[in-house]
Structure formats: C-alpha cells, structure tokens
Design a binder for this molecule. Structure first.
Ligand code: PLP
Length: 438
C-alpha cells in the first residue's frame, strides 16, 4: 500500500479526540481559527519516499512536483528537500519557488498561453526547461532567449491521442485539446525551430493525459506514442531527443469507494513500457520525467471547519452548515467531487444521523458533502474534511468577500503557520476609489 491509497494522513490518531501530526485538531481550530488548512509533513514526505522508491529501478527518472496542486513557499521547500523539481504553469508559481531560495534550473514552465512577461521572467532567471505548446510561442521564446543572449532548452508538448480520467479511457489518433501540438504538427514545429531559431534546443517530448487516473495502462500507451515519436524524429531529422515527460495524473482516495492503484504498480507499468518500447523502436533509454501533483499533496491535507447553523427540511434533508465552503474548496460545486469527513472533537455517546454538509456561501450549489453519516453534529463542533491538500487552496477565491483561510504544517506535535489568514485590510488592499467619487 502506498500513501496515495490512504484516505487520511498517515499520522491520524483517534482516542476521544482527533490528532494529526501529534496535534489535537480541536486545539488547532482554537489557536488559528477556522476554516483552517492543515498539512501533515510526515504524510507528504512519505509520498515522496514512495515515488523515489518505486522508480529506483529506472535510475534515469526525475520527479517534478506539479505546483498547481498546491503552491506555497513552505510546501516548495519540503519538495525541494526531497529532491523534487517543479512543474509550473505561471509566473506566480515560478516566483514563489524562486523566492523560496530554489534554483529555477529544476523547474519546467508549462502552459498553453504563456505571456512574454512570464517567458521573460523565466528565461532571465534561468528556467531549466520550457514546454513549448504552440507555434506563436516558438517565436516568443526565441525572441526572449535572444534578448538575454541565451539558449533555451525546451520540450515539445504533444497531444498523444490518449485521454484518461479515472476509469474512462479514450485512445484516438487525434485529440481535440487546447494543449500542445497534434502529432500531425510536430514535423512542422521541428522544422521551424531548427531552421529559424538556433537558440532553441529541443531536448524531448512532453505529454499529460489526464488527472485522477486509476488505470495504469494509460501510461503504457502514452509511452508507446512518445518513444515511437522520438524514434521517428531521430530517423527523419537526425535529432536525438533524450527526455520524455509523461505528465502527472495518478489518482488518490477521496472516498472509501475510490481504489487508486499504488505508486509501485504504476511505476512498474511505466518502467516495463519504457523498456519494451526502447527495445521495439531501438532507441537509447531517455531521461524520464514524471510530474505528479494531486497524488503528492492531496492526502497530506485536511480542512477544519466549525459547524454553525442547522436546518432540518421536514421529512427531507438535514443541512449542517460550516464556516467555509466553495471559496476554500470549489471542487464539489465545480465537478461534484466527493469527500469524507469526521467530527474532530469528543463525540462519545452520540447517535449517528445522516446529514448534508453545506457551505456558507450564497449559492445553492455550495454543498461540501451530500448525505454523510456522522455522530449527531452540534453547533460548535469541529469538522475535519479529508484529502483537501490538492486543488483546494490553489483554487480558492474571495467569493462573498471572505478572507482566504490560513494553512498550518503539523509534525511531531508541533504546528507552524505556513500561510497567514487574510485580513479584512488584505481584502480591500487593491481597491481604489477615484477622486471624483470621494
Ligand atoms: C495538471 C498537470 C499535472 C499534474 O496533474 P495531477 O493530476 O495533479 O497529478 C502534471 N503535468 C501537467 C502538464 C499538468 O497540466
């Protein structure tokens, strides 16, 4: 069993109260306020260890954490200390990593509409790789590289014709996607780069086939396409590409019914596929880059809420409302994501009942969890929602003009703030009243 297959952080303990990382959740709620994001350092490091261990058999592997899942300075520091590089998608993520004291050499910049300002910042600060997504970007990268008199190492982002989400798996020759080059366009972009832009060095190919993937076979087929393409490019253009980046996407266990494969299982499929296709297409073993986001950070994170009002609709749903919702976790309202939760404080001698956890925001769709059985919730209880490390804080908004929540890191009974709660003054800090309205 690897960490991505666990619903809860690995340090969870329950006697009367719920503890994570040796810290009593009720105490954290009291000390830092709610809603509160909590990240368990041991769980995070344990996933990193799982990944490193699983890919030992293929020594040419580089792990890149997909920052978009959760990008903060302290989280970046932990991933860096575990030897991970970073996959980034904006100047904001790159800036966060740089300001955390991490070299951009280990960073890949990816995205389907990077601006000149972003490319300028990335190239000026020595970004390791840029994933070229489209034709317009080729000229822009070359222009900025010229400005700093530097060669730029790039991967070509391709759409391999494989799309995989959880159990759905689509394989076609072509994919209608906004990301990357269609396979029928790779020759043209290679010609463009090699004839017009000597300061761009193509190092390899990049693809990403989906998220919350439960089916390792998707990666097998993705690697087939990538290695075949590398071998074809070498034959046709005499260019040796020695890197493949297969993206991220491994799934996690949000609810009891989710059964994601272990990191070992997925690594074994990836490595077996690499070895098979290296032999089949007679190429050198490439450097393998993987960029997991969700499966790195999701399980480490929980969110604490305080239960407030309740409403029993006669003969229907009982709504239990918490002090957060779609602004700190938009996933349930965006794509019907499901979560498990428990009450963190002492719930001895309570009978169970089925309730719906509602958020506090002014949208009927702001429901965090539908029909969950809990020991009869009471106003003032602390609710702990599991697996909120990925795509929660990173997707958070100030909807209803509510301050973004704080985040703490827990380990060995210690808790440290890693993101301060926004203040009311933060909320208005960018507002401007023109003179004529004063
Ligand atoms: C989003 C993304 C990832 C990370 O995906 P997860 O499902 O969070 O693992 C990796 N690579 C690319 C290119 C992405 O867009």
């Amino acid at each position: 069993m690897t960490t991505n297959q666990q619903l809860k952080p690995i340090t969870v303990e329950r006697n009367k109260n719920l503890y994570i990382g040796g810290c009593k959740m009720e105490d954290l709620a009291e000390k830092y306020g709610t809603p509160l994001y909590v990240i368990d350092e041991k769980t995070l490091r344990s996933v990193c260890h799982d990944y490193k261990n699983a890919f030992k058999k293929y020594p040419h592997t580089k792990m890149m954490y997909a920052s978009k899942a959760l990008c903060t300075s302290a989280v970046s520091k932990i991933l860096d200390s575990e030897g991970f590089g970073f996959d980034t998608v904006s100047i904001g993520e790159i800036y966060t990593i740089l300001k955390s004291g991490i070299s951009l050499e280990k960073v890949l910049f990816n995205g389907n509409n990077k601006t000149e300002e972003e490319l300028d910042f990335a190239i000026k600060n020595g970004i390791g790789r840029i994933s070229v997504d489209n034709f317009a970007e080729v000229d822009l990268i070359s222009k900025v590289g010229g400005k700093y008199n530097t060669n730029v190492d790039v991967l070509l982002r391709i759409t391999p014709g494989i799309e995989c989400h959880t159990h759905e798996y689509i394989q076609t020759g072509q994919l209608d996607s906004k990301f990357g080059f269609d396979l029928s366009q790779t020759d043209e972009v290679i010609k463009k780069i090699t004839t017009e832009h000597q300061n761009i060095r193509i190092r390899g190919l990049h693809a990403h086939i989906g998220s919350q993937i439960f089916e390792p076979q998707c990666f097998h087929d993705e690697i087939d396409v990538l290695i075949q393409e590398i071998s074809r490019i070498e034959e046709k253009f005499g260019i040796k590409l020695d890197e493949i980046n297969i993206g991220g996407g491994l799934g996690v266990k949000y609810t009891e019914k989710d059964m994601p494969p272990s990191i070992n299982e997925v690594a074994d499929v990836i490595i077996a596929s690499l070895e098979k296709h290296i032999e089949k297409y007679n190429t050198e073993p490439p450097m393998l880059y993987i960029e997991p986001g969700r499966s790195i950070i999701s399980t480490s994170g929980v969110t604490l809420y305080t239960i407030g009002s309740m409403k029993q609709v006669p003969n229907m749903t009982k709504y239990v409302t918490v002090d957060g919702g779609m602004a700190d976790n938009p996933r349930p309202s965006m794509y019907q994501a499901e979560y498990e939760a428990e009450i963190a404080n002492d719930i001895s001698n309570r009978i169970e009942e089925k309730v719906t956890i509602a958020g506090r925001f002014c949208e009927s769709g702001d429901i965090l969890i539908k029909n969950i059985v809990l020991p009869k919730p009471e106003t003032g209880d602390i609710l702990c929602v599991y697996n909120t490390g990925a795509y929660n804080y990173s997707m958070a908004s100030n909807y209803n003009r509510v301050e973004k929540s704080a985040m703490v890191l827990v380990n060995n009974s210690q808790s440290d703030i890693i993101v301060n709660r926004e203040t009311l003054d933060d909320l208005i800090s960018h507002d401007v009243i023109p003179d004529r309205l004063k």
